[in-house]
Design a protein around this ligand. Structure first.
Ligand code: MG
Length: 173
């Protein structure tokens, strides 16, 4: 059985993951409308990954005898000035999520809930990757500047990204 404190914190994290999914879906729709199909594809895959993160937490909560409580998802922004802008927002958001995961980790330790702490290890590593990827794309977009051909080529490259079910969810499915 999971403690009510940990259950509430995981439910809050589930909401945060769905908010992330919503944010990236909004980015995907914005860039699709603007004709950046590759960047749109990248964000739509990001959307699926965030949904998967929420699913991992939901499965985990049920596996521990807890109850999933789905709450309202707050609205997300709908437009971005440029791809660079969107990736700057992405990095800022992922840094925030890293903080949430670390708080959850600290709570699991304080509550002596070592199963939850162990479950969070994958998310700690995942956040390192999320931040690294956003940083890399920010650097590349800064180099590209207003070079339309270079931006076109990056868009083509991001069109090739495919979705892979995250390991903890693939193991469950
Ligand atoms: Mg996430």
């Amino acid at each position: 059985m999971i403690s009510p404190k940990i259950q509430d914190a995981i439910n809050a994290q589930i909401n945060a993951e769905f908010w992330s999914a919503y944010l990236y879906l909004s980015m995907g729709m914005h860039f699709q409308a603007e004709g950046y199909n590759g960047i749109a594809n990248w964000f739509r895959i990001q959307f699926k990954e965030e949904q998967a993160h929420a699913e991992i937490f939901m499965n985990y909560l049920n596996s521990r005898g807890g109850r999933v409580v789905l709450k309202e998802i707050a609205p997300v922004p709908t437009t971005w000035e440029s791809p660079l802008n969107a990736f700057v927002d992405t990095l800022a958001h992922e840094e925030k999520v890293t903080g949430l995961i670390h708080n959850l980790y600290a709570l699991a330790e304080a509550e002596h809930d070592y199963a939850t702490r162990g479950k969070l290890d994958w998310f700690v590593s995942e956040q390192v990757e999320e931040e690294e990827t956003a940083k890399e794309l920010i650097d590349r977009l800064k180099l590209i500047g207003d070079n339309g051909m270079a931006l076109y080529m990056l868009d083509q490259e991001l069109a090739a990204r495919t979705y892979t079910v995250p390991a903890p969810l693939a193991a469950k499915a």
